[in-house]
Write a protein that binds this ligand. Structure first.
Ligand code: NDP
Length: 291
């Protein structure tokens, strides 16, 4: 028999996770704070537990996917003793510190702990493009990675429980930066009679896809230093051109608030003497700001 699995939380994501486990043939027990959510899971063969403790008691592998860290704590704490000897996989979005604290708490209850970052939206779960980052107990990952693969490609990033969240939040930062830029672009072209759909399909997506090719160069610069003469698009040039993005936005009645922090960082890089360098210098400047 396949590993019995409990899923705590039947929001959009928890429901997709439970569906994927059921589709892979796992006996799946579900619990949700508001009873009766996602009734289609009953037809697919899910067992419904009345309490969190009952839900945990029937499976060696417990997957929790709730709104945030606080909801995970208030949900699990009353049922803590049931966790002894089980593996808790927390797929709730959170910070590295929250993950490390959850790992410590789980260890105190006698449970193995894996923290996870889901790199997918619910409709992608069970499909080929989704992956989930895991960190924490290597023993738990070794034991359950095949079962967890029913959700998405599992990628283990280290025994420090905080590392999945760190990678997850870094990837989400990049995604939101890209979406923010796209939102600004769509606002700008919407001020004229241009089809946003055509603009996106014919120009925006190909442009962003082509620009992805420069990311490894930025990473390489950060890790090993810039190769001599590598700055084909030096920061002084970029700062001079960036002013046009702000001015045109103002002229077209588009709020430049998503762009002004980038202009400020470019200006700071040039003022600090990095005008002849490439975008790796911007990363170093951010690190200095944080430090
Ligand atoms: P939803 O808003 O659809 O569902 C939230 C879930 O959390 C519900 O089951 C809700 O229960 C439960 N919940 C909220 N507060 C509490 C509480 N105080 N105590 C107990 N249960 C609570 O969110 P998603 O399912 O979409 O997201 C769940 C997690 O997955 C989040 O951490 C999210 O960041 C992460 N995630 C989501 C993605 C997505 O695209 N949806 C992508 C990647 C990660 P109730 O039904 O009772 O309200």
């Amino acid at each position: 028999m396949k590993t019995p699995i409990t899923v705590l939380g039947l929001g959009a994501m928890g429901t997709a996770l439970a569906r994927a486990f059921l589709a892979a043939g796992h006996p799946t027990t579900v619990w949700n704070r508001t009873p009766g959510r996602s009734p289609e899971l009953d037809d697919l063969g899910a067992g419904r537990a009345k309490t969190v403790a009952d839900a945990i008691a029937v499976s060696p592998l417990v997957v929790v996917c709730l709104l945030d860290d606080a909801s995970v704590r208030t949900t699990l704490e009353p049922a803590a003793t049931e966790l002894s000897g089980r593996t808790l996989v927390n797929l709730t979005n959170g910070t590295p510190l929250q993950a490390r604290r959850a790992a410590e708490w789980a260890a105190q209850q006698g449970a193995e702990y894996l923290d996870g970052g889901i790199m997918a939206v619910p409709s992608m779960i069970g499909g080929p493009a989704a992956f989930v980052l895991y960190s924490g107990s290597p023993v738990a990952f070794e034991r359950y990675q095949t079962d967890l693969a029913a959700l998405a490609r599992p990628q283990y990033v280290g025994s420090d429980a905080g590392l999945a969240a760190l990678h997850d939040l870094a990837l989400l930062s990049a995604m939101y930066g890209m979406f923010g830029g796209a939102e600004h672009a769509l606002a700008l072209i919407s001020t004229e009679k241009i089809s946003p759909t055509a603009f996106t399909g014919e120009l925006l997506v190909p442009w962003l896809t082509a620009m992805m090719a420069s990311l490894p160069g930025i990473a390489n610069d950060l890790e090993y230093g810039a190769a001599p003469g590598a700055a084909g698009s030096n920061l002084a040039m970029q700062a001079a051109g960036f002013v046009n993005l702000i001015d045109a936005s103002e002229e077209h009645g588009v709020d430049p608030l998503l762009l002004t922090p980038i202009r400020d960082l470019l200006d700071r890089a040039v003022a600090a003497g990095h005008g002849d360098e490439d975008l790796g210098a911007m990363v170093r400047l951010l690190l200095k700001t944080a430090g």
